[in-house]
Design a protein around this ligand. Structure first.
Ligand SMILES: Cc1cc2nc3c(=O)[nH]c(=O)nc-3n(C[C@H](O)[C@H](O)[C@H](O)COP(=O)(O)OP(=O)(O)OC[C@H]3O[C@@H](n4cnc5c(N)ncnc54)[C@H](O)[C@@H]3O)c2cc1C
Length: 301
């Protein structure tokens, strides 16, 4: 435990186990906050965007949660795993390509070296890059609190922009997982962003696609920011399933996706028309990328 008088908290803990982390949170009874790499939280705390807390509880040093493993038919990512670890990991590259692609666009190397996927998910922004990648893969998260530990669907954890159903003062997001893509599946991610200036995404999208020869057997599409929380485009997914692997089918799904989302014009992002054009350009494109990967063309970019 250390003290830091320049910040708004007095104590900083680096527990070695989940039980220790939960016990600390219980002891502080809402006056402590979980921290990962701190790339969002420290910046926002210094800007006065969070109510002050007495202590930070660091989830990134918990023993055994700093790695990526294959367990019981899942790829499992500990809450201490950074974006850089994800980008360089062979299991993620082979079985969850869109997640590696989504983490690779986050910030710069310094941010990716300390920022965690767990922090990206717990922050619950509508277009967190790693979050959009994991959502398309069918991600699940494990949450530990005083009542025990449970797994939940990633999409059920988002409440509002920046607000999560994970109580970040009392609970720890301990692990994240997804089913590995099979030999007939592929995934892909694309973000469109201004090349310079204020860096807010214009649109981020990820897809996971399973094909049976030239038919789409299964599909998932995630998008952000297109509403208050990261969006799973279920009507567009339903349009794809059972259809042909074809540009026509991909464009039909894009029309359906666009009819379900709100692409607000914003001076920090782009006009409605431009954002719509980006979805029309890149959603069919990443569906094709995923479809080619599902056919064994792993080099497809
Ligand atoms: C310069 C810069 C550029 C950035 N660029 C991008 C970008 O391009 N794309 C993008 O998506 N993000 C970006 N970010 C935001 C940030 O880096 C990521 O969201 C990162 O993944 C946050 O992870 P972290 O471990 O640093 O989280 P922290 O900052 O430690 O925490 C973020 C939130 O999650 C909670 N939290 C963290 N870990 C846990 C846990 N295990 N259990 C429960 N709650 C937890 C915290 O209480 C806090 O509310 C950028 C940030 C900076 C400073």
């Amino acid at each position: 435990m250390t003290s830091n008088s320049t910040n708004s908290w007095q104590s900083y803990y680096a527990p070695q186990s989940v039980a220790e982390a939960v016990a600390l949170l219980q002891r502080y009874d809402g006056r402590a906050r979980v921290i990962g790499g701190g790339t969002d939280l420290v910046v926002e705390t210094r800007r006065g965007l969070h109510r002050p807390v007495d202590a930070m509880v660091d989830a990134s040093r918990i023993a055994g949660l700093d790695r990526i493993t294959e367990e019981d038919g899942y790829i499992v990512i500990g809450c201490g795993v950074t974006h850089s670890q994800i980008i360089g990991n062979e299991l993620i590259h082979r079985y969850g390509r869109c997640l590696a692609e989504s983490c690779s666009v986050i910030g710069g190397p310094q941010v990716r070296n300390v920022g965690t996927l767990a922090g990206n998910v717990a922050h619950a922004l509508p277009a967190g890059d790693g979050t959009i990648g994991l959502l398309a893969l069918g991600g699940e998260i494990e949450v530990a609190g005083i009542g025990g530990t449970h797994w939940m669907q990633l999409q059920d954890s988002f409440r509002a922009p920046g607000k999560s159903f994970i109580d970040r003062h009392r609970e720890v997001l301990t692990r994240l997982r997804f089913r590995p893509t099979g030999t007939d599946e592929g995934s892909a991610y694309q973000r469109v962003m201004r090349p310079q200036g204020l860096c807010l995404p214009i649109i981020s999208m990820a897809v996971r696609l399973q094909r049976r020869d030239d038919t789409i057997a299964d599909a998932r599409i995630s998008m952000g920011p297109v509403g208050p929380v990261p969006y799973l485009a279920e009507p567009a997914m339903e349009t794809l399933i059972g259809g042909a692997v074809s540009t026509e089918q991909f464009e039909k799904a894009t029309d359906v996706a666009l009819s379900c989302v709100s692409l607000r014009a914003s001076k920090y992002r782009a006009s409605h028309a431009y954002r719509e054009a980006m979805v029309r350009t890149y959603l069919p494109d990443i569906l094709w990328r995923a479809a080619r990967r599902a056919a064994g063309d792993e080099a497809s970019s």
